[in-house]
Design a protein around this ligand. Structure first.
Ligand code: NAD
Length: 328
């Protein structure tokens, strides 16, 4: 079941879409995978999606045939391994969950980005494939090489950190996750994930050991899932939900809705003076993608410390991604 807030967002989109004529062709690259399949399902339910283009090196036509029977208005097409370019024709939003969980997906992401640059150079790219701290720089460098880079159109999907923060904070404070919206900044792995709990009333109330535990759970929540799946996979269903949620937010922004502000990992001026080109913070989404990058706001002493630990690690991850493209 979609959370209540997401259903509300979806129904807002529905109302909005009836007044907006623009609908969007969305591609999922890696649609046959653990994330890709439920993500395709959730995007099929989104009224802002007019056409769904599903690609994978394995199994996408089957997923497409299955999902296409769902009684929503969008058309669904599936493409096998040798039809990547066809899958990308006319696509405005490309979501990439292709890869191998818990591994570096550098070359997969590089090659998919090159195809997007060639066939759909104006598409918005939503990167789920890990490690996001490095794959977003990889995609950006590939687009730069191809001469089609626009920083407003490349996003690292960090929504799962936001979703987990709301859920875990809700548990700790016995409140509804809807009342626990936490801005999560920094990057998207372990210590680079910095939840700004002090900026919400519920979060501010969590202190001492409970605070330490909560931060750790948000930063390393992925490990819980990997362990529970006996190491055979990582988060797929919650990630698909988070990916669909962020895609919906972007589509709302692209369609001209005002005030869509969510955390995402983008090219950012916030820590550029420290040599950190990409950073996740609250970003306003609009018709061109990134409309405005918000500052962090005030941080508690604990959050300042978390940020201190985040920055050098994030810098290394970004440099690794950039180096991969310059060496390949
Ligand atoms: N951003 C996040 O919060 C987050 C959370 C969980 C997992 N992930 C990442 O998402 C990725 C996918 O995870 P999963 O659990 O769905 O894995 P999975 O192995 O179940 O699925 C990956 C799919 O990608 C496909 N694929 C591989 N190479 C491809 C290529 N070149 N082109 C198209 N498709 C290709 C595979 O055939 C497979 O169907 C991993 O990199 C994982 O680390 C990100």
């Amino acid at each position: 079941m979609l959370a209540r807030s997401a259903l509300r967002t979806l129904s807002q989109s529905r109302q909005f879409s009836s007044s907006a004529s623009r609908q969007t062709k969305v591609a999922v690259l890696g649609a046959g995978g653990g994330i890709g399949q439920p993500l395709s399902l959730l995007l099929k339910l989104n009224p802002l999606v007019s056409e769904l283009s599903l690609y994978d090196i394995r199994g996408a036509p089957g997923v497409a045939a299955d999902v296409s029977h769902i009684d929503s208005a969008s058309e669904v097409y599936g493409y096998p391994a040798d039809q990547l370019d066809k899958a990308l024709e006319g696509v405005k939003v490309v979501v990439i969950p292709a890869g191998v969980p818990r591994k570096t997906n550098a070359s997969i992401v590089r090659d998919l980005a090159a195809a997007v640059a060639r066939v759909a150079p104006e598409a918005h790219l939503l990167i789920i494939s890990n490690p996001v701290n490095s794959t977003v720089p990889i995609v950006s460098e590939v687009l730069k090489k191809a001469g089609v880079y626009d920083a407003r159109r490349v996003f690292g999907v960090t929504t799962l950190d936001v979703v987990r923060s709301a859920r875990f904070l809700g548990s700790v404070t016995s409140s509804n996750p809807d009342d626990c919206k936490v801005t999560v900044v920094g990057g998207h792995s372990g210590p680079t994930i910095v939840p700004l709990l002090s900026q919400t009333a519920n979060g501010k109330a969590v202190k001492g050991e409970a605070y330490e535990k909560l931060v750790h759970r948000i930063q390393f929540g992925g490990d819980e899932v990997v362990k529970a799946k006996d190491g055979a996979g990582s988060a797929t269903l919650s990630m698909a939900y988070a990916g669909a949620k962020f895609t919906n937010d972007l589509l709302r922004g692209l369609n001209g809705e005002k005030g869509v502000v969510v955390p995402t990992f983008v090219k950012s001026p916030l820590f550029e003076d420290k040599g950190i080109e990409y950073f996740s913070s609250s970003v306003e989404l609009g018709p061109n993608g990134v409309e405005k990058i918000h500052p962090l706001g005030s941080l508690s002493a604990e959050e300042e410390k978390l940020l201190e630990a985040c920055l050098p690690e994030l810098k290394k991850n970004i440099e690794k991604g950039k180096a991969f493209v310059s060496q390949s």
